[in-house]
Design a protein around this ligand. Sequence first.
Ligand SMILES: C[S@@+](CC[C@H](N)C(=O)[O-])C[C@H]1O[C@@H](n2cnc3c(N)ncnc32)[C@H](O)[C@@H]1O
Length: 254
Amino acid sequence: MNETTHFGYQTIDYDEKNARVGAVFDSVASRYDIMNDVMSFGVHRLWKDWYVWQTDVKPGETVLDLAAGTGDISARLGKKMRAPGHGGDVSGQLIVSDINAEMLARGRERLLNEGFLANVDFVLANAEALPFADNSIDLITMAFGLRNVTDQAQAIKEMHRVLKPGGRVLVLEFSKPTSSLLSKAYDWYSFNFLPQMGQWIAGDRESYQYLAESIRMHPDQDTLQTMFSEAGFAKVAYQNINKGIVAIHKGVKA
Ligand SMILES: C[S@@+](CC[C@H](N)C(=O)[O-])C[C@H]1O[C@@H](n2cnc3c(N)ncnc32)[C@H](O)[C@@H]1O
């Protein structure tokens, strides 16, 4: 019998998930940035600023931005990695990575437009099987990506493998609201406003229905924290933002 997994609320064959998620991001790539602004009323920019500030990224580090998509996090990291007196170049190495060629192409264009030339690499890769050496990375970020990965425990193990001892991971993801009143309002917004906006702006209701469902299927804060501990991470912790609408998960490789 084939193993199954979930795609939003649907049960599908395990081997089918990457292709289904791939189709979502192929479809939304061209409208991805504007949809983020509309769906979050611009607030995703503040979440991302705060998240990147929390990474404490420094010039000279080797940094891997997983599920980088159109480059929102990579560009923020790159700005903090610029060494004074070296023009716009990143000091150290910034690896911008995604499983989806369409999304990564947009990320690449974005970073080039922002003047990042030297020391930035673009790598098409599945987070479940990273093409990087053991103990080679100082910092890994993954924003709004883990939810889409078929085998999340495997992706977290891979992050642990490629980090240097003392290296840190920070994952930003939608999470479980901590107030039941907020939860009700958020459900209404997710299953009515989101798919309708998806239809109007991106001509794609289904992808935004998937977004709402995938958030509900994602492990809650405590479960995800346990997964980080089980992968071997030390100093695991999480921080709720906007009452748990999103959360930042952190861990350090001992
Ligand atoms: C919602 S976007 C997030 C993009 C960006 N990090 C941001 O915060 O705007 C999710 C990204 O995860 C990528 N993704 C999905 N499954 C993946 C996997 N198994 N490995 C790596 N990236 C994956 C998608 O291609 C997509 O670009």
